[in-house]
Design a protein around this ligand. Structure first.
Ligand SMILES: [Zn+2]
Length: 489
């Protein structure tokens, strides 16, 4: 049986967003605490992570298997900023790949022991090398080049060190701008996070611009499934347009894209010509439109205190019930270690090696991490997958659809509830990519189906299981509560 054939055929823009089986080290609280606010400093850096498809076989991730790269259209990068509050250093990084896995993030952290916290995320680019394993030559072939993972780890560490060296005292500004027309939701109920968020950093000494952080919520898959040239997709155009406009480094982060949140079905250029997805001009137009939205957010940005820093991060286990993921694990295309499920997401069970079988009566669980950061007055959610935007603002299906599998499941706490309506950034695919995180009340794989449909909607096939969403959001709530308890100084 082919993994591909398990995909709903009606979906044009499916991403095989993945799974994650967990890895490594027991972790209790990784880092917490706050300190008296010192001077805010920030540094930026970027590193090239483009492999050469002429000298090595590169399988492109996203969509089906067997998409071999034939060249490079534009470079892939990891973009980094390092922040200091005078006592603690934090690194925030984002790579132009489909979803760097938790074990790689741990490898990066190991080389940066002097950092209080290191967060490495991915843009979720569907036009870059496989870094998970499931997009090889066939569904039974592992698609990752282990040397490429090593290159990402090495270059990310180097970029973080470079960013650290160019840190300077700055003042921070936070801004937002909305554009519901720039993103579409292909699954009912329609729920979007249409808000682009920016942090603008200006040097204290002369008020000149130091760098920008941009967070937007859309799948980088504008070039779709036929493209065989490596590209950063629309994100590359967004970052380039902003760099040209402002002349400073730009770090781009992807927010809540589950559901799935993708680019519009057409873009119109200045001459009124219409461009469909899958074309470079469409991708460029979309990237530039996102940059224009960022400009709006930058123009309206207001000063925001970002010190002192406090971080609460902790590994969590998520029971894996998805049969496709179990099959992929058996086939050796998903090669992450995991845990035996204990019944408690925060009590990690014994480790299970990447290829170890799980005994009868036991259940395999993915180990991942959920973190909340409090940077002065700014909250940052670090969520290890593709969150359904319903869980940002609480746009749940109401009343509940009677045919869903768990109509009585409690509603997950939302990001806005958890952070109490304060300024926030939402970083998806943070430190991991475990696939879709659905509201449990909208889980629907058993007939009859919600909304009177004859087939299930797309989504659950790329989720660890129905408890992934609630486990992650309740973990975020606990992490934020821990930070609220820390006395402010
Ligand atoms: Zn996706």
């Amino acid at each position: 049986m082919s993994i591909n054939r398990l995909w709903p055929a009606q979906l044009a823009n499916t991403c095989f967003c993945w799974m994650a089986i967990a890895g490594a080290l027991l972790g209790s609280l990784l880092a917490t605490g706050s300190a008296a606010g010192g001077e805010l400093q920030v540094g930026f850096a970027e590193a090239d992570i483009t492999p050469d498809p002429k000298t090595q076989t590169v399988w492109i991730a996203g969509y089906g298997t067997g998409r071999k790269a034939t060249g490079v259209h534009d470079p892939l990068s990891v973009r980094v900023l390092v922040l200091s509050d005078g006592q603690r250093k934090l690194a925030l990084a984002c790579a132009d790949v489909v979803g760097l896995q938790y074990p790689e993030v741990k490898r990066i952290r190991k080389q940066l022991p002097d950092f209080h916290y290191v967060m490495v995320s991915s843009t979720h680019n569907h036009e870059a090398p496989d870094v998970i394993g499931i997009w090889g030559r066939t569904p039974a072939h592992y698609g990752v080049d282990p040397n490429y993972l090593k290159l990402i780890v090495r270059r990310t560490v180097e970029a973080i060190r470079r960013a650290e060296k160019n840190m300077e005292p700055v003042q921070a500004f936070y801004g937002t701008a909305e554009a519901p027309s720039l993103v579409g939701d292909s699954r009912l109920p329609i729920a979007l996070d249409p808000v682009l968020r920016v942090l603008v950093f200006r040097r204290t000494k002369d008020d000149s611009l130091k760098g920008l952080l941009v967070q937007w919520n859309c799948h980088p898959e504008a070039m779709e499934s036929k493209n065989t040239l490596l590209t950063a997709d629309f994100v590359g155009y967004t970052v380039d347009a902003l760099k040209q406009r402002y002349g400073v480094p730009v770090a781009y982060f992807t927010g809540a894209v589950g559901g799935l949140l993708s680019t519009p079905d057409k873009m119109v250029d200045a001459q009124g010509r219409t461009w469909p997805p899958g074309q470079w001009e469409y991708t460029r137009l979309y990237g530039v439109a996102v940059a224009r939205l960022a400009q709006k957010a930058i123009a309206g940005a207001e000063p925001l205190e970002l010190v002192p820093f406090a971080v609460s991060a902790r590994p969590v286990a998520v029971p894996m019930t998805n049969p496709r993921y179990h099959l992929a694990r058996t086939l050796g295309v998903l090669r992450r270690p995991g845990r035996i499920w204990t019944g408690d997401p925060e009590r990690l069970g014994p480790e299970v090696g990447p290829t170890d079988p799980v005994k009868k009566g036991q259940q395999f669980a993915v180990e991942t991490e959920v973190a909340a950061l409090k940077l002065g007055k700014l909250w940052v959610a670090c969520i290890p997958g593709e969150l359904y935007p319903e869980m940002i603002y609480g746009q749940y299906q109401d009343p509940v659809e009677p045919n869903v599998d768990f109509p009585d499941a409690p509603l997950e706490p939302t990001v806005v509830e958890i952070f109490g309506n304060r300024p926030f950034l939402f970083i998806g695919l943070a430190n991991d990519e475990i696939g879709y995180l659905l509201p449990k009340r909208q889980w629907d794989i058993k007939p009859p189906f919600a909304y009177g449909r004859s087939k299930p909607q797309y989504g659950e096939v790329n989720s660890v299981g129905p408890d992934a969403g609630p486990i992650v959001m309740n973990a975020l709530k606990r992490r934020a509560q821990e930070l609220k308890k820390t006395p402010a100084k």
